[in-house]
Design a protein. Structure first.
Length: 219
């Protein structure tokens, strides 16, 4: 008893039923319901409330809570993509400040990973949705061609020791190219996409999920 009380007292929010009521929730199988006639355990044993239904209620509550949390976390697709753009822009700014070699290595690796994953989720999820909704024959093909150029530039710097003026020049050109591409997406494609009936929250959730998987593959 003392051991259970010691565990439960600091965090026990349940007044009715004392530590046993908590114990049946926290430690399935532990119970002395006869001590506490009004505890959930006693009610269950009296037939007023079956333990099975208590378990089901708890499971349903947990499941609903996690669904709610996922929904809360679901972001508008364009908000999520804009956040990626801002993050990468900041990383290029840091590179421009001529940091140490070690920092450069870290920045280049992060920039390449972020850009590659971002381009892939756009090509797999966002661009096809935009193309369908807008019956687009211009914005998406142009952006896809720009991605190909970005990937070629990424291949020139990823995993390469960041030394020498040519390396810095490549990073500079990559940064400028990303800026140009981002400007077109944010000023043209995103506003047009948002004016359609695309479910941006659903698309955002799909993009977030795919990004997570792609980053996991890279690590
Ligand atoms: Fe893009
Ligand atoms: Fe983008």
């Amino acid at each position: 008893m003392a051991a259970v009380s010691a565990i439960t007292e600091p965090r026990l929010p349940i007044q009715t039923g004392g530590c046993h009521a908590f114990a049946i929730v926290a430690f399935p199988g532990y119970s002395h319901p006869h001590h506490y006639p009004d505890s959930p355990v006693s009610l269950a044993n009296r037939g007023d409330l079956q333990l099975n239904s208590l378990d089901k209620t708890m499971t349903t509550t947990i499941s609903n809570t996690s669904k709610l949390n996922s929904l809360k976390k679901a972001q508008d697709a364009t908000v999520l993509l804009r956040a990626d753009h801002t993050l990468v822009g900041g990383l290029f700014d840091e590179y421009e400040k001529k940091p140490s070699l070690a920092k450069k290595r870290q920045l280049v690796a992060q920039i390449c990973a972020e850009l590659s994953v971002h381009a892939q989720v756009e090509e797999e999820i966002f661009y096809p949705a935009v193309k369908r909704a807008l019956h687009d024959k211009e914005l998406v093909p142009e952006a896809t061609v720009e991605h190909a150029t970005l990937k070629a530039l990424i291949a020139e710097v990823e995993g390469v020791e960041p030394t020498g003026e040519m390396f810095d020049a490549k990073m500079k050109v990559l940064g400028e190219y990303v800026k140009h591409h981002v400007k077109e997406e944010q000023n043209e494609m995103f506003p047009k996409a948002k004016a359609t009936d695309i479910d941006m929250a659903e698309l955002g959730a799909e993009i977030a999920e795919r990004k997570k998987a792609l980053f996991a593959q890279r690590s």
